[in-house]
Design a protein around this ligand. Structure first.
Ligand SMILES: [Zn+2]
Ligand SMILES: [Zn+2]
Length: 281
């Protein structure tokens, strides 16, 4: 649980969060905003899930992550106005990438005036690593390799995004105790992704979600991969709790700020209608 003090804390903007508009959250949007204000945040960005063509899951309805954009937008702008003197609320989206929907995702983003777009991979070969059985399909090493190769393939196909979401996301769901993952082990593939992002002016979502479970866990990306992004010339990072509940907002932020500083970053970014602005932290 997050017991961070809410006074005199200069938190960076939380640029990755979900509300009931996402298929896997029940949180009222207003509760998320009130929690952010209470924690002392000055700016947040909702990044609701849009995962087109999602495979059937054991526990969710059909097409669980198809976002009702007009309804989301109406609700967001209502609260943006209501709380404008206390917090800046931005209009974002987290696009779930798959090769067969790259064109649909591009159209969707082109037709909407989002402030900020995260591109994420939540599936490997149309399978969700969240569910048991996924990891039985191959060796853990091969599954990581496929995850990273599909990430690269997808960011080359769908290019209208600002940051890549949770670079090594799949490590969150690796079998308990498994130690296969390290930046060093998958350096060849991760460097290719990072280089592509740098060359194309894209950023990374520094995602603290797992720090809400334990401060011992590594955020996504892991510190070594974040450091490498900086070494390769990466400039744009956003901080995100990936909160699906009000109490998880800004979870682990002091820790990820420290990790980002150690990686060499002195600035994080916010976005307005897709235009990035740096801020010291
Ligand atoms: Zn995600
Ligand atoms: Zn998310």
């Amino acid at each position: 649980m997050n017991n961070l003090p809410n006074i005199n804390v200069n938190y960076p903007a939380d640029y990755h969060m979900h509300s009931h508009n996402s298929g896997d959250s029940k949180a009222p949007m207003e509760d998320m905003i009130l929690s952010a204000i209470q924690k002392g945040l000055k700016e947040i960005c909702f990044t609701e899930h849009m995962d087109l063509d999602y495979p059937p899951t054991p526990d969710l309805p059909e097409d669980p992550f198809v976002l009702d954009i007009p309804s989301y937008k109406n609700e967001l702008y209502k609260y943006k106005e209501k709380y404008k003197d206390q917090i800046t609320v931005k209009y974002g989206i987290e696009i779930g990438m798959q090769t067969q929907i790259a064109g649909d995702n591009a159209k969707l983003v082109a037709n909407e005036d989002f402030d900020f777009v995260i591109a994420s991979i939540h599936l490997v070969d149309r399978n969700d690593p969240f569910y048991p059985g996924f990891w039985d399909s191959d060796t853990v090493e091969n599954i990581y390799r496929r995850f990273f190769s599909q990430t690269l393939e997808n960011i080359k196909l769908f290019t209208d995004f600002d940051v890549l979401g949770h670079l090594d996301y799949i490590s969150r769901y690796a079998p308990k105790g498994d130690t296969t993952y390290s930046y060093e082990r998958f350096k060849d593939q991760i460097d290719e992704i990072l280089n592509y992002l740098v060359e194309n002016g894209k950023g990374l979502d520094v995602n603290s979600k797992v720090l809400g479970y334990s401060e011992e866990l590594a955020p996504n990306p892991c510190p070594e991969a974040l450091k490498r992004f900086h070494e390769l010339g990466g400039k744009i990072i956003t901080f995100g709790s990936d909160a699906h509940r009000p109490d998880a907002i800004a979870c682990g932020f002091p820790k990820i700020c420290e990790i980002a500083r150690e990686a060499g970053f002195t600035e994080y970014y916010t976005f307005d209608k897709r235009v990035p602005t740096p801020h010291k932290f």
